[in-house]
Ligand binder design. Structure first.
Ligand SMILES: [Zn+2]
Length: 295
């Protein structure tokens, strides 16, 4: 099964969308049948195994499941376009993946990561926080920040508010960084909202990585390093804050910030990077940063 080819195919042509719950269920079960055919080719078809016949059941070849031994824990967003196993071209049993909208660090996520770090400490060497461009959860938090009077309609349930509120910390910090770098008038630029989303995506991933490192200290406890990155939906690159996805050709994961001061510096770095600047209007960029050649 070539996952990378499958991912590219879904970019070129939209996958078929089942029109009803029944069709959706059928699509999943047919997919599982194809999966079984490929991964357990010797498994008899269900119709050949009488369910109540113990003798027939014992003739079914049993392939013992491998011991769970991921080398990496990934905290990523639930966005359907960013499946961690596919974008890292990883095989089953290589990644322990926790996905939640906005890759926010709630109690259950923290518990899942804690479980993985301690249960698989012999195999886990890396903990990755993976944000992504055009993140809907981050966009919702940015809209709630820009229009506080709409906060309740954007995050219209308590549970949604909990995600938005998690991301708001990064958004506030991103807004301060953008204003410090580009001047207070940046908030009036037509591209400000998109730039704020971009900077917030990075800061949200960086802050989460920092908090994971602070709360769990996995490096000291079991030698697991904490890193973060942002998957760019347009180029499919995992980009660190110092990379331009349009000109740099190597994906990169950055080390988790060690100190709150590093988060402030990170905000400044991202606010002034091509990733953020490309969203601002050309006139604004030229007027406020004439020496910088940003396309
Ligand atoms: Zn997202």
């Amino acid at each position: 099964m070539n996952w990378a080819d499958r991912y590219r195919r879904t970019q070129d042509e939209s996958p078929e969308v089942p029109a009803t719950p029944e069709a959706a269920e059928r699509s999943l079960l047919e997919g599982n049948a194809r999966f079984i055919k490929e991964t357990v080719p010797n498994l008899p078809a269900p119709s050949t195994v009488p369910s109540a016949d113990p003798a027939a059941l014992s003739s079914v070849p049993v392939v013992p499941a491998a011991k769970q031994a991921p080398f990496c824990v990934v905290l990523g967003c639930s966005d359907a376009r960013v499946p961690a196993e596919l974008v890292f071209d990883a095989k089953p049993n290589q990644l322990f993946v926790v996905r939640v909208a906005g890759n926010v660090l709630g109690e259950e996520c923290l518990g899942s990561i804690d479980y993985a770090l301690h249960s698989f400490k012999d195999s886990v060497h890396l903990l990755v926080v993976l944000g992504h461009t055009r993140c809907g959860a981050v966009a919702a938090a940015v809209d709630a920040y820009l229009s506080p009077n709409l906060h309740n309609s954007i995050a219209f349930t308590r549970s949604l508010r909990s995600i938005v509120n998690h991301v708001l910390i990064a958004v506030r910090s991103a807004a301060v960084s953008l204003e410090e770098f580009w001047g207070a008038r940046v908030v009036s630029d037509p591209g400000y909202r998109d730039a704020l989303i971009e900077v917030s995506v990075y800061l949200n991933a960086g802050m989460t990585a920092h908090h994971l490192q602070e709360e769990m200290k996995p490096n000291e406890a079991i030698g697991t390093k904490v890193v973060y990155g942002v998957f760019d939906l347009d180029t499919c690159r995992v980009i660190g804050p110092d990379l331009n996805p349009q000109t740099d050709d190597t994906s990169k994961l950055a080390d988790a910030p060690n100190h709150p001061d590093e988060l402030i510096a990170l905000g400044q770095q991202i606010a002034g990077s091509p990733m953020a600047a490309r969203h601002l209007s050309e006139d604004y960029r030229k007027a406020h940063y004439p020496s910088r050649n940003i396309e």
